[in-house]
Design a protein around this ligand. Structure first.
Ligand code: AMP
Length: 389
């Protein structure tokens, strides 16, 4: 029988960003202790954890020591090396398993696995040379998107190719040995389903959530997404199949393109809570982070019932920049927090990052309202108010 980890146990998290921070907050609320390991200190997760270990992911002695100090290991950073999770698995269960992380941290492995499982993915081809790229461009057509197989997120390591003649330049520019070429999807919208699966196979899901990106980075999420019930149901069915196939214990997000002719194609999966699921903290009975805690501890999952339509707006370093510009570029100007917080039904989440760089996720806000349209309007207004001076 699997051992249930009760409140009071120590949970280990690899990676120390905002996802780990919100996981740690949920874990501590439930009475768990949290240890975090990453190569940095004074991190968003470390600031709220019981213990912050600063060590390289490949410092396997330190990683082993870390794993010995906890009852279960999870991760919040998708690019944790496989060696790291393997060492952890010798001393504590890793949930979701390191094999799940291994599959989804490489676009080629992930897409191949999903396609072989009969799940709908964006048409793609593996590419390892300019000759293969040229052949793939002829097969998939242009425009197409060339992506690095490893270490890709938020549009990093990808480039749109508009003509077969640009193959050579695009391959040089990407500069990696393994890539995939994807058909460019002229999508109607982007959706995600965040879902959790417990140790006994229980399944709960949120969404679908409707996502809008800006410069390849998530900008706004709304829940429920503005899609027909049949599409919503299909997206949840696909997400369930992904979690079951991969035997996920924990949380996983499936991101979809909804094509103009109503088809759902998986863009990518992430075996952890997801930025689009942050609105579950304020809008749902149990949030995605609480589900991660419950699932990895072998506890029953919580209700994922939505209590209010909601919209989440990401707060990037760019918004700090805008606030500074609106204040006449006075150095050290902070965003106008009182103006943002004056909006009723807006919840502010800041991640404790000291330096606001362009494109850096600094926090998010969630607006609650009687409709998603109204929630989105309030979220956008609150973000504008934050930059006003
Ligand atoms: P990714 O890092 O792969 O999630 O890509 C980030 C964003 O780039 C996606 O959310 C889409 O907005 C856009 N994108 C990525 N791949 C494609 C594609 N094959 N067709 C059209 N847009 C894409």
């Amino acid at each position: 029988m699997t051992q249930v980890l009760l409140p009071g146990a120590t949970l280990g998290v690899l990676g120390s960003g905002q996802l780990g921070r919100m996981f740690a907050i949920a874990a501590r609320r439930l009475g768990y202790r949290v240890h975090v390991l990453s190569p940095d200190d004074d991190t968003p997760t470390g600031q709220v954890a019981d213990l912050e270990v600063k060590a390289d992911y490949l410092d396997l002695d330190r990683v082993a020591e870390f794993a010995r100090s906890v009852s279960v290991v999870t991760f919040e950073f998708e690019n944790v090396p496989a060696e790291t999770t393997s060492i952890c698995e010798r001393f504590a269960p890793v949930r979701p398993a390191g094999s799940v992380l291994f599959t989804s941290q490489n676009r080629r492995r992930e897409k191949t696995y999903l396609r072989e499982a009969g799940l709908p993915v964006t048409p793609f081809a593996s590419v390892e040379s300019v000759e293969q790229l040229t052949a793939a461009l002829k097969e998939l057509g242009t425009p197409a998107v060339l992506k690095t197989a490893d270490w890709g997120y938020d549009g990093k390591g990808q480039t749109v190719i508009r003509s077969v003649d640009d193959a050579s330049a695009a391959w040089q520019q990407l500069g990696v040995p393994h890539a995939i070429l994807e058909a460019f999807i002229d999508f109607d919208s982007e959706l995600s389903v965040v879902a959790a699966r417990g140790m006994n196979g229980d399944f709960v899901s949120y969404g679908p959530i409707g996502n809008t990106h800006s410069n390849h980075i998530l900008d706004i999420s709304v829940c429920p997404a503005r899609v027909p019930a049949s599409v919503a149901q299909k997206a949840i069915e696909i997400a369930r199949a992904v979690l079951e196939r991969l035997d996920v214990i924990g949380v996983l997000c499936v991101e979809f393109f909804l094509t103009r002719d109503g088809r759902l194609l998986i863009n990518e999966t992430a075996p952890r809570p997801h930025n689009s699921g942050h609105l579950t903290i304020d809008a749902h009975t149990s949030c995605q982070f609480e589900q991660q805690v419950r699932a990895i501890c072998g506890l029953p999952l919580g209700s994922s019932e939505q209590r209010s339509p909601s919209a989440m707006a990401n707060l990037l370093g760019d918004h700090w920049e805008a606030a500074r510009a609106n204040a006449g570029n006075v150095p050290g100007t902070e965003p106008n927090w009182p103006a943002l917080l004056a909006q009723p039904n807006v919840k502010l989440h800041l991640y404790g990052k000291r330096e606001a760089r362009l494109g850096r996720k600094m926090g998010h806000l969630t607006a609650l309202a009687h409709s998603v349209d109204e929630a989105e309007r309030i979220a956008r207004a609150a973000r504008t108010a934050m930059a006003s001076h």
